[in-house]
Design a protein around this ligand. Structure first.
Ligand SMILES: [Zn+2]
Length: 94
């Protein structure tokens, strides 16, 4: 939000006003559709963190999205929002 507030682009200023008026749960989807490519990295990271929080809420945090085995703690220490164990990440990245 601070980055948006500093923007000199009128379209981003109007987005800031719009975000103030919609439900927080819709922010990411709205921002992904309406922000420029310079924000896509932030949006992707926020989506990853949101997914990790959702998994925590349903008791599936730290479980691999592909093989459903526990993700190695060493991986979670590096990225608390990682979605796959080492084996599945290697397959996914190919
Ligand atoms: Zn796995």
């Amino acid at each position: 939000m601070a980055l948006l507030a500093q923007s000199v682009h009128s379209s981003q200023q109007s987005l800031l006003i719009k975000l103030d008026n919609i439900n927080h749960s819709e922010w990411l989807d709205y921002a992904a559709l309406h922000l420029g490519s310079e924000y896509q990295g932030y949006i992707k990271r926020l989506m990853q963190l949101e997914a990790a929080i959702s998994q925590h809420e349903i008791g599936l945090y730290g479980v691999c999205a592909d093989c459903e085995q526990p993700i190695e703690q060493s991986r979670l220490n590096i990225d608390l929002a990682c979605q796959r164990c080492i084996k599945c990440e290697e397959k996914y990245a190919q």
